[in-house]
Design a protein around this ligand. Structure first.
Ligand SMILES: NC(=O)c1ccc[n+]([C@@H]2O[C@H](COP(=O)([O-])OP(=O)(O)OC[C@H]3O[C@@H](n4cnc5c(N)ncnc54)[C@H](OP(=O)(O)O)[C@@H]3O)[C@@H](O)[C@H]2O)c1
Length: 340
């Protein structure tokens, strides 16, 4: 139903105008507040949120290191699952009441959230709203970086730093589903064991072992074909040291620093590619194309149960601050989800 039609219906007017619970950032703290429920513009939908994913970029936003894009909501939250409450003009492929999950540019930590209609995906069969809320941010990020940008091929070896993270647990499962070999790094024996159970071929406890030496041993000195790196800093020269000929390094975060000193020689000698990206800043058309690819190539794997999101824990929306504390402690494995 177009929004204009919904507005004309007096029975729905109070609903459209009501206030909603949202979590706002106030001086590096997360605080429950009341906000006016947003209204969808053309090509947008309003989602009644059931669950919202927590991601490391939200933590950086709270700390003031990752400000919202111009025009985006100042409320944190990059992914939600729920039901369509209202449709903006020009939205024809979705209906009021449809259960969806969506990648959003902000606003996820709230009872209602706007999404671009083309960034919504159906909730895969047999998945709950909580599981569905764990999908968009990591699946869009891993797909666009590992499969599109770095062109992972069956039989190649992928090294994932931070294998137990939300991103890492997604990367392990997707790479294995497409017949690649996966090596991960993680910071404890328990995390390494979890990654192995999830399908990783090898796991390196980076606090006890030098990952460069370990990768060389695991690959008979050949090195890996792709590295998905969320660490940066002094990991960059070490990454170059354990990359195979024609390998690709994809930088998606810089937890150990934005600067690195490297020798350019291995790039020439091994014909390496250094690349990277950030998802949030990409335009609507790019994200819609990723959504379409995921729908075709990955959603059937979720529906069949071949892969499923790893949920560490859930918190009530009003306890979002505790969810951030857990993420900053790095005790979690997989995703942290807020429920509404
Ligand atoms: N570029 C993009 O578009 C994009 C999109 C989404 C997320 N990201 C980034 O991807 C990363 C993961 O996000 P997330 O939401 O999945 O967060 P998360 O679950 O909190 O993951 C962070 C992970 O980093 C690991 N880690 C920290 N230092 C490490 C080191 N030296 N070696 C190996 N692992 C290390 C931590 O595990 P240990 O306890 O094992 O250290 C933890 O699992 C974040 O840095 C985030 O900013 C980027």
């Amino acid at each position: 139903m177009p929004l204009t039609q919904l507005i004309d219906d007096s029975a729905t007017m109070p609903l459209l105008r009501h206030m909603m619970l949202a979590i706002e950032i106030d001086n590096n703290a997360l605080k429950p507040t009341q906000r006016a429920m947003p209204m969808p513009s053309a090509n947008q939908v309003l989602i009644k949120v059931v669950a919202a994913g927590v991601n490391r970029p939200d933590v950086m936003q709270r700390r003031g290191l990752y400000p919202p894009l111009p025009g985006a909501s100042d409320i944190p939250g990059l992914e939600v699952a729920g039901t369509i409450q209202a449709l903006g003009d020009n939205v024809s492929h979705l209906r009021q009441g449809d259960a969806v999950c969506a990648l959003v540019t902000g606003g996820g930590y709230a009872e209602y959230c706007l999404a671009s209609a083309v960034h919504c995906l159906p909730i895969p069969e047999n998945l709950s709203f909580i599981q569905a809320a764990a999908l968009p941010e990591t699946f869009f990020t891993v797909w666009s970086n590992v499969f599109d940008r770095a062109q992972l091929q069956a039989g190649e070896t992928l090294l994932v730093h931070g294998g137990s993270s939300g991103i890492g647990t997604t990367a392990i499962q997707l790479a294995k589903a497409f017949s690649a070999k996966v090596i991960v790094t993680a910071g404890s024996a328990q995390k390494c064991e979890f990654c192995l159970q999830l399908g990783a071929d090898a796991a390196i406890n980076y606090k006890e072992q030098d990952f460069v030496e370990a990768v060389k041993q695991l690959t008979d000195n050949k090195g890996v074909d792709i590295i998905l790196d969320m660490i940066g800093g002094d990991y960059v020269p070490r990454n170059l040291a354990c990359m195979a000929d024609e390998a690709r390094l994809v930088q998606i975060a810089l937890q150990r620093g934005i600067k690195a000193e490297i020798s350019l020689l291995p790039i020439m000698l091994k014909r390496l590619t250094l690349t990277g990206s950030t998802l949030r800043a990409r335009d609507d058309v790019f994200k819609a194309a990723i959504a379409a690819e995921l729908s075709k190539k990955v959603w059937p794997l979720l529906a069949s149960g071949q892969i499923k999101p790893v949920i560490d824990s859930t918190f009530a929306l009003s306890d979002a601050a505790q969810a951030h504390q857990l993420m900053e402690s790095s005790r979690h494995i997989g995703k942290i989800i807020l429920t509404v």
